[in-house]
Design a protein around this ligand. Structure first.
Ligand SMILES: [Zn+2]
Length: 258
């Protein structure tokens, strides 16, 4: 091992994934058949700058953060890959968390829980978002092209989709599942309201809509993705959500409490 290898290894070990931008000069890029991809190799001439104080670095950092938080980097994000009719396993919040820790695979389940956070009355821009369809970067409709420097379709015209993009908390007697994504088209079905209708609501109407669901017991079909990138280590996606039938809740919850 060369000394520069040792130095590079020591440096890399101190870095936190997705928290660090590296500027690397003089690095050998070659195809690595073992990893089946391009790999960078450092040598004695290589200079590595951690978190360089440049505009590009700060843009790259914001992009990485934004994409990681949006869940766009999570594989297996397709909500449509399981029909809700075939989901029958009922979980409490703590059971979902336990199972997520045990299995690296995504799984599906039903929760009977309360919506404990639903920010429908914050600014519309936090409820409805427009994203580039190619890279999921947040954009605005009036843009001519995606502002993400790394977007694969940056030189083409902007292709964007606008939809509900909410983070919702669910709670039951065992705990809270934070920041589950509730997006279009599931959000439209849940709220009984299209994006267009929602944008024309008054503040009072949006608050009223929020209270129709907040602290109500709901039946929620979720997809749980164990996600080391999420702060909680778990990412929930709502596949369907509706106010629960009290008889059904009683039947399931009594079984879960035992
Ligand atoms: Zn883009």
């Amino acid at each position: 091992t060369h000394s520069w290898d040792r130095e590079a290894i020591q440096l890399v070990q101190t870095l936190i994934p997705r928290e660090t931008v590296l500027f690397i000069a003089d690095v050998k890029i070659s195809f690595d058949s073992f990893r089946n991809g391009m790999a960078a190799t450092v040598n004695s001439k290589t200079i590595i700058t951690v978190n360089p104080d440049t505009r590009e670095a700060s843009m790259l950092f914001s992009y990485a953060r934004e994409v990681a938080e949006s869940g766009a980097l999570d594989q297996d994000e397709k909500a449509e890959d399981m029909s809700v009719d075939s989901i029958t396993d009922v979980f409490t919040v703590s059971q979902l968390k336990e199972k997520a820790q045990e299995s690296p695979e995504a799984f599906f389940g039903i929760m009977y829980s309360f919506i404990s956070k639903l920010d429908l009355d914050s600014s519309v821009s936090k409820v409805i978002r427009t994203r580039c369809s190619r890279c999921k970067f947040q954009v605005t409709d009036d843009m001519q092209s995606c502002t993400n420097q790394l977007c694969p379709g940056r030189d083409q015209g902007l292709s964007a989709t606008t939809g509900f993009d909410l983070l919702v908390d669910f709670s039951d007697h065992t705990g809270t599942l934070h920041a589950c994504s509730l997006r279009s088209p599931v959000a439209e079905h849940t709220l009984g309201c299209t994006v267009k209708e929602f944008t024309s609501l008054t503040d009072e109407e949006r608050t009223a809509m929020k209270w129709k669901f907040l602290l109500e017991r709901c039946k929620i079909y979720v997809k749980i993705l164990p996600s080391p990138k999420a702060r909680t280590g778990i990412r929930g996606m709502v596949l369907a959500c509706s106010l629960a039938d009290p008889g059904e809740v009683k039947q399931h919850m009594s079984a879960l409490v035992q």
